[in-house]
Design a protein. Structure first.
Length: 283
């Protein structure tokens, strides 16, 4: 049974008690779907890490470049975006359709943030093809239920490769919450030839002890949001690809993944504090 208007309104009100990572991210990349509590948190975090907004924009750019490559170069037509967040410029369905002018791509967005889901539905109603693009309420921490809902949309063909996107999400899942179990489940659902796109913030190779301390403080700050998290090094992060084969250039700082003229931190990718990669499921 779907939630009624009162249930949806109650869920939104409850989500405003603390800053939301999705809304803070939206604020940092120039979106308008955020509230005073989110903006205050974002500015406090930015005082400690002045380039935090640029890190968020880097994650968004990485998403766009990977989707474009998957659609145009790898010929992928099916996309599932886990923890898709609030819609903004360069959404998956928009990038994919631009990359494949025949407009044959299908996209399922999933998120458990009530405001994100509401705005995604509004965006899709205005800009998308309802027969190819849909947003559903689902929590990636509940994989069986989420994947059942994805398949229930009827948009994903089990026999055709899928692009699974988990962008700027894994740093909000601590090791104690079982990300290995989750990624193992999702990888197993994908047909051979599918692509897995992952990114997250890293605390690898800080430029100084001051930066290391600032990154530690950032993790502490997020303990007071709806999405506390954990930064990881590349050695700690690469395991989430399992036995999938990394596509060139491998697991890198996100700006080094097939940069274009607009890529932030392209000259010194390690300054971005974001890791990313794309990997293919073996046949």
């Amino acid at each position: 049974m779907s939630a009624g208007p009162d249930d949806a309104l109650r869920a939104i009100n409850e989500s405003l008690d603390k800053p939301s990572a999705a809304r803070v991210y939206d604020y940092f990349i120039g979106g308008e779907t955020n509230y005073a509590i989110d903006r205050a948190f974002a500015e406090k975090a930015r005082e400690r890490i002045p380039q935090l907004g640029e890190y968020c924009r880097t994650s968004r750019q990485f998403l766009g470049r990977t989707v474009r490559w998957c659609a145009a170069e790898a010929g992928m037509r099916q996309f599932v975006d886990l923890g898709s967040g609030l819609p903004t410029v360069g959404n998956v369905h928009e990038v994919a359709d631009e990359a494949r002018p025949q407009c044959d791509t299908r996209v399922v967005y999933t998120d458990n943030e009530p405001i994100a889901l509401t705005h995604s539905e509004m965006l899709l109603a205005d800009t998308a093809d309802s027969e190819r693009h849909v947003a559903i309420a689902a929590d990636l921490m509940q994989p069986d239920q989420l994947w059942s809902r994805v398949m229930a949309t009827g948009l994903i063909d089990r026999q055709e490769p899928v692009v699974l996107l988990v962008n700027a999400v894994l740093h909000f899942i601590k090791d104690e919450s079982g990300p290995d179990r989750l990624l193992d489940f999702y990888r197993k659902q994908l047909p051979p030839g599918s692509l897995l796109v992952l990114s997250q913030m890293t605390n690898e190779n800080p430029a100084s002890e001051a930066e290391r301390a600032a990154l530690d403080d950032l993790v502490d700050y997020y303990e007071n949001t709806t999405n506390p998290g954990q930064l990881r090094t590349s050695d700690e992060f690469v395991r989430f690809f399992g036995d999938f084969e990394l596509v060139d250039p491998g697991l890198v700082y996100a700006p080094a993944w097939r940069p274009d003229p607009d890529t932030l931190f392209a000259r010194v990718p390690s300054e971005s504090r974001v890791l990313g990669g794309v990997a293919r499921k073996p046949a």
